[in-house]
Design a protein around this ligand. Structure first.
Ligand code: FES
Length: 86
């Protein structure tokens, strides 16, 4: 079975200024063997930035159903890997 992964990077202002801007180009840096199984797109503010007590801090990235707070490239790649290699 080959799982696929959708990565949605929040493009809302809070996330964008906190690092979402750099994450937006992560698709270019994915390992070659992942490229046809991973879709990267932007999403609008999901509101999590206004409820930091509940969700953590910006930037937020959703990987399939999991919302990752304080997302950086390492966290996002780990989340992708755990799905693709499950
Ligand atoms: S700007 Fe990203 S959750 Fe609000």
């Amino acid at each position: 079975m080959s799982a696929t992964v959708t990565v949605e990077i929040c493009m809302g202002t809070a996330c964008y200024v906190m690092g979402g801007a750099q994450l937006a180009s992560i698709a270019d840096r994915l390992p070659e063997e992942w490229k046809d199984r991973v879709t990267v797109k932007g999403m609008r503010c999901v509101g999590a930035c206004q409820q930091t007590g509940q969700y953590g801090r910006a930037p937020f990235v959703r990987v399939n159903d999991e919302l990752i707070s304080e997302a950086d490239e390492g966290k996002v790649l780990n989340a992708i890997r755990s799905i693709l290699e499950a």
